[in-house]
Write a protein that binds this ligand. Structure first.
Ligand SMILES: [Mg+2]
Length: 221
């Protein structure tokens, strides 16, 4: 009987361990936030951004050199965590999102240029390539602050800035952005690069190359 009891106990322990391994609890939120802050503050975030931006820069130069007569080349850029950093705001909010507080932040136009991407913006313009911003910021609520912020950070010259209008034309950012890029192509633009920090900035084609910047802070479907 004693042996049987030990066997049952052993089976229960093994079963419990298996269950824990198969279905681990989520990462502790405070630990996750600390890891995100460390990733940002250590310089690893900017280094990763710089690496991807470098690849984009290389491609843009190569593609510009191979441009055919009459081609209208464009680079499509997302805004948040692509050319403007909201880290100060996110950190202050402890990575929480409150719509009204976010709107106030945008209105203050205090986002800072993400330097490696500012370099991409500058080089593309030097090469005569159109810059088209495609953002999930909403017109009209977020428009004035966005215009001021881009100007203030040296990115106020562009072909077009496409906002989300009200509820938008599609249920997800991915679908809305795909539709907008398709429209740009219909207008005659050749989108040589699409650059963003979310998979939803880049999914669905209508760009020769896509470049995904890191974003450990939030996700947008
Ligand atoms: Mg973004």
């Amino acid at each position: 009987m004693q042996r049987l009891g030990l066997r049952i106990g052993f089976a229960l322990v093994v079963g419990w361990v298996t269950a824990v391994v198969a279905d681990p609890p989520p990462l502790n939120l405070s630990v996750a936030k600390a890891a995100v802050r460390d990733y940002h503050d250590s310089g690893r975030y900017e280094a990763d951004v710089a690496r991807v931006s470098g690849w984009a820069l290389e491609w843009i130069e190569e593609r510009a050199a191979a441009a055919q007569p009459g081609e209208r080349l464009a680079v499509v850029l997302d805004i948040d965590e692509t050319v403007l950093s909201n880290y100060a705001h996110m950190n202050e909010q402890d990575f929480g999102y409150v719509r009204d507080v976010w709107i106030e932040w945008i209105a203050r136009a205090e986002g800072t240029a993400i330097k490696p991407m500012k370099a991409v913006y500058d080089r593309a313009r030097e090469l005569g390539i159109a810059i088209i911003f495609l953002t999930s910021r909403v017109d009209p609520d977020e428009k004035p602050g966005t215009l001021v912020n881009l100007e203030r950070e040296g990115m106020g010259e562009y072909e077009r800035l496409i906002f989300k209008m009200g509820e938008g034309i599609a249920p997800t950012a991915a679908e809305r952005k795909r539709i907008r890029r398709a429209e740009l192509e219909q207008e005659g633009w050749t989108i040589i690069a699409s650059i963003g920090d979310q998979g939803s900035d880049l999914a669905g084609g209508h760009a020769e190359r896509i470049f995904k910047l890191p974003n450990p802070f939030y996700g947008i479907p």
